[in-house]
Design a binder for this molecule. Structure first.
Ligand code: SAM
Length: 275
């Protein structure tokens, strides 16, 4: 089975190899047959299609495996971009690999890499978070553990929630956190908004037309993360207790880490074997 990336907007981004593979395979497994039909029509191809989407992909595994075992080749595509990247296909690829079938990637566009390549944010390390939950509470919960993340964080977002998401991100990461929002990549109205989260929110609010389309939100990593880990605290204690009485050591560590002074003092006593 070939896993074939397709354009995220501009049809000229379909690779030569993707065209060859789509031309040669016996079947095309796709998220939405009507959507993929348009792409195949553009290429002048008529193919047997098999729908593989979030709601049926587990049931399709045996069927796909049957086709492969009978010698038929198959291309897996999604509506846009690279399959499995916030798109269906993971259970199918996992199952086929476990059963020993060959799975061949045919690389091409993906909104996250396209956005990062032109955003002007660090790309040496990044964390792809995909879509946040629909409910505001769920979104806040997902952002909380990311506050101290030092790598660039990449999210997908739809036009329905982009403003609300930016608002919640501003609350979580702070108004001054650097970010970039890429809208309608590779399409006529491609736009990059960059600056602080507050700047971007303001720019998007000015023109409601700007909230139409598809979005990739990239948030720069935290330049000043709070690094005090349990291990650091342990080490700090050992160093300070060699020089200071427990109460003073606990006060210094509380100041540095924001941890509770009383419980730190208790720990200092335990470490000194006084409790
Ligand atoms: N598999 C796709 C990929 O490789 O990028 C992603 C599919 S996901 C269902 C769709 C989301 O990807 C959109 O809601 C948007 O966040 C992002 N996206 C896809 N195409 C885009 C584009 N042309 N411009 C900006 N974001 C896009």
């Amino acid at each position: 089975m070939y896993v074939v990336a397709t354009p995220i907007g501009n049809l000229s981004d379909l690779t030569e190899r993707a065209i060859t593979v789509l031309t040669q395979v016996d079947l095309v497994a796709c998220e939405d047959t009507r959507h993929t039909q348009k792409l195949l029509q553009h290429l002048g191809l008529r193919k047997v299609m098999l729908s593989v989407h979030d709601h049926n992909e587990r049931d399709r595994i045996d069927q796909v495996a049957q086709h492969l075992s009978e010698g038929r080749s198959l291309a897996l595509v999604s509506d846009a971009g690279t399959p499995l990247i916030s798109d269906p296909g993971y259970p199918l690829v996992q199952a086929l690999r476990e059963r020993g079938y060959q799975v061949v990637p045919v690389p091409g566009p993906s909104a996250l890499i396209t956005a990062l390549s032109a955003a002007g944010l660090p790309t040496d390390r990044f964390l792809f978070e995909g879509f946040l939950p629909h409910k505001a509470g769920g979104r806040r919960e997902r952002l909380e553990p990311l506050i101290n993340e030092t790598a660039t964080i990449v999210f997908y977002e739809s036009k329905h929630r982009i403003l609300e998401t930016l608002e919640i991100m501003t609350e979580a990461f702070g108004t001054d956190r650097k970010a970039c929002v890429a809208r309608e990549l590779t399409k006529t109205f491609e736009t990059f908004y960059h600056g602080t989260l507050a700047d971007i929110q303001a720019a998007l609010r000015v023109d409601t037309d700007q909230t139409k389309g598809e979005f990739v939100v990239m948030v720069a990593g935290n330049p000043e993360p709070i690094t005090a880990s349990a291990y650091d605290t342990e080490k700090l204690f050992r160093l300070l207790l060699a020089e200071l009485p427990p109460k003073k050591a606990a006060a210094v560590i509380a100041e540095l880490t924001g941890e509770n002074k009383k419980s730190l003092y208790q720990r200092a006593l335990e470490m000194q074997g006084k409790v």
